[in-house]
Design a protein around this ligand. Structure first.
Ligand code: PLP
Length: 353
């Protein structure tokens, strides 16, 4: 008799099955692989790895580098297998039975799963109808529930909008608990909460190499927090949790991050162009975005999703997810890919397909 952990079978599953899409714009990845100069450096560095050894100081080098670029100390930085592992471990560190974790909805669907995995109670605070965050309601929920951790995603996935820094500061000031700001998309817009860390030691920032730096395959993310938080969260990692291949790759990518500036600028200008073009289409609402994707809503979202899929275009359809009925999320691809998917959306909305 297999005695699995209580509640495991009922846990929601994050489906990562993929089709071989012609245009893959469903996971907010970068459409571009490593910039050529970065690839050259990475490949040369990989050839000198001691594959027989456990990781040594490669993580410390990356932590130093991230810290000094943000005027922080190495002790403020903790690395993870993507920001996914960071968020999971933060939920674990502040979770457990009798603890409550509060997050907005709609937002990154994995928060609920990590909270449940951490054995904590999860409370979702609905955003306003137009997806703007309701900071007063958020604070009162955290206070009433005596939460141990509050999470926001800024800019928010999947709605694309952002909370201005003064609102994030208001939250940091009024939340009497750990406050995680997930900045997975910060390179594409919005204002970072890093500047708040020196005034509010409860602020924790999570970031990733998977989006703007196009390193989703390597699974590297980082957390910025007070040294005490870094020390406590570090306790819940297994030893050597990050592999050297990913560490040295991320180290070079971070050193050469200026190489990414043109592609980030391209993504932002493409996002603006597509937002304008989508606004012109009948029956479609497009939400303002500071990320590398756009959220659109239309009565025929499911049919549009199917029509795009039939053409090999993979977007994210949210089905009946709370607050996201009739919504599709479309990642910004290359200019050529964007022209193709936009034409398909336009043809569908104007009744030509
Ligand atoms: C808001 C948000 N946070 C965190 C993640 C996790 O990213 P990763 O684990 O690749 O760093 C994602 C991925 O889509 C995301 O959208």
């Amino acid at each position: 008799m297999l005695q699995f952990r209580a509640g495991l079978a009922e846990m929601p599953v994050y489906d990562v099955t993929e089709r071989d899409w012609k245009i893959k714009i469903n996971a907010n990845e970068s459409s571009l692989n490593l910039p050529p100069l970065v690839e050259e450096r990475v490949l040369s560095r990989l050839s000198s790895i001691a594959f027989n050894r456990y990781p040594n100081d490669e993580g410390d080098q990356l932590r130093e580098q991230i810290a000094s670029s943000l005027h922080l100390k190495k002790e403020n930085v903790c690395l993870g297998n993507g920001s996914s592992e960071i968020i999971e471990k933060i939920c674990y560190a502040f979770g457990g039975s009798g603890h409550t974790i509060v997050y907005p909805e709609p937002s990154f669907s994995m928060y609920r799963i990590y909270v449940e995995m951490a054995g904590a109670e999860g409370i979702a605070v609905p955003t306003r109808k137009d997806y703007r965050g309701d900071v007063k309601k958020f604070v009162s929920t955290v206070q009433e529930r005596k939460a141990s951790l509050a999470i926001i995603c800024n800019p928010n996935n999947p709605t694309g909008n952002f909370l201005p820094l003064h609102d994030v500061a208001y939250l940091a000031h009024h939340l009497d608990c750990a406050f995680l700001v997930d900045e997975a998309y910060i390179e594409f817009g919005g204002s970072s909460a890093v500047s708040l860390m020196k005034h509010f030691p409860n602020v924790i920032v999570a970031r990733t190499f998977s989006k703007a730096f196009g390193l989703a395959s390597a699974r590297v993310g980082y957390m910025l927090a007070a040294p005490e938080v870094v020390q406590m969260v570090s306790r819940v990692y297994m030893p050597y949790h990050l592999n050297v291949l990913s560490l040295v790759t991320a180290d070079i990518v971070y050193q050469m991050r200026d190489e990414y500036a043109p592609r980030i600028a391209m993504t932002i200008s493409e996002r603006q162009r597509l937002e304008e073009q989508l606004k012109e289409l009948p029956g479609l609402t497009v939400y303002p975005s500071r990320t590398n994707f756009l959220l659109v809503k239309c009565d025929c979202a499911a049919a549009l999703n199917e029509a795009l899929a039939a053409q090999g275009i993979g977007v994210r359809c949210f089905g009946e997810a709370p607050g996201l009925a009739n919504c599709l999320r479309i990642s910004i691809g290359s200019r050529e890919e964007n022209d193709i998917w936009f034409k398909s959306v336009k043809d569908f909305m104007e009744g030509r397909s």
